[in-house]
Design a protein around this ligand. Structure first.
Ligand code: C2E
Ligand code: MG
Ligand code: MG
Length: 567
């Protein structure tokens, strides 16, 4: 707040005023009254006044303007100021002796007037001070409630005005709308920030126009997310067309695909933030689906949201109560005559007391979003390290165990010391703990990830790239990647059933693994036919329901016993 006020003072600590009057006596008289309190500039006519204003408007607090002047009169000056966007906020008090001129100048945007002949100095000073303070307050409010780039209400004030709107229009049904641009970050990257900003500004201005004409409100949440509060029944396709038209006309519609999420029928007691969060959830459902523009928040989304909240709430209790259980799925070496158990993958399960068994496909992405995954992963790693040690002690056989490492774990400076402490505590070899890192993680933050993975390998850990081939890394990148095994995405096996020509693709992936000199692992193997095909193309290891689903550790022991019997 301090800095907002500071800009209203000149270096000598006084506000600066401009007195515009053609008569020297009047200028001097006002100078006498004001000089002690203000830094006063003078102009003799309208043209001179405008020149000073153009140069100094940022430092000027008020203009005292005589109306009757030769050549350019005060009305003309007032008209020019009010027509100029950057000068409009500068308050003007007119100096006049005529009642009719007072009214006319107020109509034209003057803030107040001082009647000639001048009244008592205290009265003049008080009126001037009040006018300046009012203008400054208005300026502060405007700059804090508006988003600088687009001029729309910012998020905080938008929500406040939604509350006020509801208060004054309790019977008007409204929609909460959240609007985004698909892949806006890519547009910024491809065409530059300046282009991105131009698009946002134009969208903002057109939204403001549309809102004003329809009894709606528009704001900017952040980035490329806009907020709209519109009467129910608004035709959003028309809005989209109007927005796209404005962008097209200025040649800025390149790669712009808008998407809107609409939430209707909410309870008046639901906080505005929550209404617009839901509208955004609806908009996010169609993220990247370029042919779809409008998505409405419905029961199924509501159900998902409630479930997500429930799972987040229940997580701590579940950790304490042992509801998370680690299952193990065997991986088999298929290079020889008979498949041989080679290792296991640790896969988490949640046995929820009320919701039953929940798949990691439901809660892992959710916990990745809010960082809870770190806690869960380290729980799984610990369980896996303990299990490895237990089996080694029980069966005299070292079965390496793979654990999944989420992208978020990689950012943690604790990752390496944590894993080192773990292998030390259970006295196991780091080479026996395999770390599965999904391919998409490599693509997102390549450099940092690669540096961390290199260090992990130096410490002896074995790195498997999970879900390989899901389409993120280029072949060029691959040769620099520190990995010890390639684990192919399940889709390749799925596609094999659909079209035998996909065998070529599989062969190609095997070539990549050979080129990188690492074993290829195929997961999702369910049938004999798939297994035979994989053997033919030279796959090294397989994992899948054909051999076993992920099972609790006690059940896994049967595979270890079988392996021992094979020796
Ligand atoms: P993933 O690491 O790629 O794990 C493979 C998934 O494929 C597992 O699903 C496994 O049960 C399933 N699967 C294995 N063989 C077959 C098969 O023959 N047919 C079919 N249809 N599926 C098969 P799951 O256990 O549901 O895990 C799903 C994903 O959740 C995992 O994919 C992994 O990304 C994640 N996940 C599981 N446990 C953890 C964990 O402890 N931490 C982290 N960060 N992620 C985990
Ligand atoms: Mg995995
Ligand atoms: Mg996988």
């Amino acid at each position: 707040m301090l800095s907002s006020h500071a800009r209203f003072y000149t270096s000598n600590g006084k506000r600066r005023l401009l007195v515009v009057d053609d008569e020297v006596v009047n200028r001097e008289l006002l100078g006498l009254i004001l000089g002690e309190h203000y830094d006063v500039l003078y102009a003799e006519n309208g043209a001179q006044a405008l020149e000073i204003i153009y140069q100094q408007h940022a430092m000027l607090s008020l203009v005292l303007l005589d109306l009757m002047m030769p050549e350019m009169d005060g009305f003309e000056v007032l008209k020019t100021l009010k027509a100029d966007e950057s000068l409009r906020r500068l308050p003007v008090m007119v100096l006049t002796g005529e009642k009719s001129a007072e009214v006319r100048s107020l109509d034209m945007g003057a803030s107040d007037f001082i009647t000639k002949p001048y009244e008592q100095p205290e009265v003049i000073l008080a009126r001037i001070q009040r006018t300046i303070e009012l203008a400054e307050d208005r300026y502060i409010i405007q700059t804090t409630e508006r988003d600088e780039l687009t001029g729309l209400l910012n998020r905080e004030f938008f929500y406040r005005y939604v509350d006020q709107f509801d208060l004054h229009h309790p019977d008007q049904p409204m929609d909460a709308v959240s609007m985004d641009i698909n892949h806006f970050h890519l547009i910024n990257e491809l065409y530059g920030w300046e282009y991105g900003n131009k698009v946002l500004t134009q969208l903002g201005q057109e939204l403001m126009r549309l809102a004003t004409h329809s009894g709606s409100m528009a704001g900017r949440r952040d980035g490329d997310t806009f907020l709209l509060y519109c009467p129910r029944g608004t035709d959003y396709c028309k809005w989209r067309d109007a927005l796209m038209r404005v962008l097209s006309e200025s040649g800025n519609a390149r790669s712009i695909y808008l998407r809107m999420g609409v939430y209707s029928g909410f309870d008046a007691s639901l906080a505005p933030e929550r209404r617009f969060d839901r509208a955004k959830v609806a908009a996010d459902r169609i993220r990247g689906r370029y042919t779809e523009f409008l998505s409405r928040y419905d029961e199924s989304l509501h159900h998902d949201e409630v479930l997500r909240e429930r799972l987040i709430d229940d997580m701590d209790e579940a950790m304490r109560g042992g509801q998370f259980i680690v299952y193990y799925q065997p991986k088999y070496d298929i290079r020889g005559e008979k498949p041989i158990l080679s290792s296991a993958e640790a896969l988490i399960r949640w046995r929820h007391p009320e919701l039953g068994m929940i798949s990691p496909g439901v809660f892992v992405p959710l916990f990745e979003e809010n960082g809870l995954i770190q806690k869960l992963d380290s729980y799984v790693w610990r369980a896996a390290a303990r299990q490895h040690r237990l089996w080694r002690d029980t069966f005299g056989l070292s079965i390496p165990i793979s654990v999944n490492v989420s992208r978020i774990d990689i950012y943690s400076p604790e990752l390496i010391p944590h894993l080192e402490a773990l292998v030390k505590e259970f006295e196991i070899e780091p080479t026996q703990l395999y770390l599965e890192i999904t391919e998409s993680a490599y693509a997102k933050d390549g450099e940092q990830l690669i540096a961390t993975v290199r260090k992990l390998r130096e410490k002896g850990f074995f790195i498997e790239m999970d879900d390989f081939g899901s389409g993120y890394s280029s072949l060029g990148m691959l040769s620099d990647m520190p990995i010890d095994a390639l684990k192919l995405d399940m889709q390749f096996i799925r596609n094999l059933d659909k079209n035998p020509h996909n065998l070529r693709l599989l062969e190609f992936l095997m070539d990549i693994a050979r080129y990188l000199q690492v074993p290829a692992i195929c997961e999702g193997v369910e049938t004999q036919m798939q297994l035979d095909a994989l053997k033919r193309v030279g796959c090294d290891l397989v994992q899948g329901y054909y051999f076993s689903r992920p099972v609790p550790p006690e059940e896994f022991e049967a595979f270890i016993k079988e392996r021992i019997a094979q020796c």
